[in-house]
Design a protein around this ligand. Structure first.
Ligand SMILES: [Cu+2]
Length: 200
């Protein structure tokens, strides 16, 4: 440690600042948490804020949907509207990517080592399919805002840090009924914190 008392004091201040900064970051990250239970399973459910007054520009970062071991990965991919998704192929066989929903696209069939992209400009749920392997399936959800999460195996989720306020939350899952998917759950965020238990 420095023997100069002034440097000593300075080190103390820096340590104090960074500690409180770390504490603030810890509070900001994953402060809106919760869990979903549903009789048809609690994994791979998308928990999302229905609509915010806040507007979000199209993200510049691309999202990724892979095809490996004869499966799409991830099984569900939520993105903000305007996001470009890069579709990859990490298998040794050719795969195709198409969706019959909303914007409808067929990106073609390609061998490993290349990728094709699609920019999602319309909200909605897009089933992903491969014309060569009908058993392959995945879903891309195009949402209005970035306040979403995919539940883990135990139904737990953690939304990105969001402004204080009252929101409505919906849950999407491939096995959920239309009525379940239409349900709105109130979420009130105060001081950046909230806990939301959703039970169907
Ligand atoms: Cu395929």
């Amino acid at each position: 440690m420095p023997s100069n008392p002034r440097i000593h004091a300075l080190v103390g201040v820096i340590a104090g600042v960074s500690l409180s900064a770390i504490a603030a970051m810890a509070m900001a990250v994953g402060a809106v948490t919760g869990s979903v239970t549903h009789p048809r399973g609690r994994e791979n459910l998308v928990v999302f804020v229905t609509q915010t007054a806040e507007k979000f520009p199209a993200p510049t970062a691309h999202a990724e949907m892979d095809q490996k071991r004869m499966q799409f990965s991830p099984f569900v991919l939520p993105v903000v509207v305007g996001t470009t998704v890069d579709f990859r192929n990490h298998d040794s066989v050719a795969h195709n990517v198409f969706s019959p929903d909303a914007e409808r696209y067929n990106l073609g069939t390609w061998r490993p080592g290349t990728s094709h992209s699609h920019r999602f400009n319309a909200l909605g749920v897009y089933a992903q399919a491969c014309a060569l392997h009908p058993e392959m399936q995945a879903y891309i959800l195009v949402l209005q805002n970035p306040y979403f999460a995919v539940t883990k195996a135990n139904g737990a989720f953690s939304l990105p840090a969001m402004p204080d306020g009252s929101y409505a939350v919906q849950v999407w899952g491939v096995k959920l009924s239309s009525a379940d998917k239409a349900r709105h759950f109130p979420l009130k965020v105060a001081s950046g914190m909230a806990t939301l238990k959703i039970a169907f």
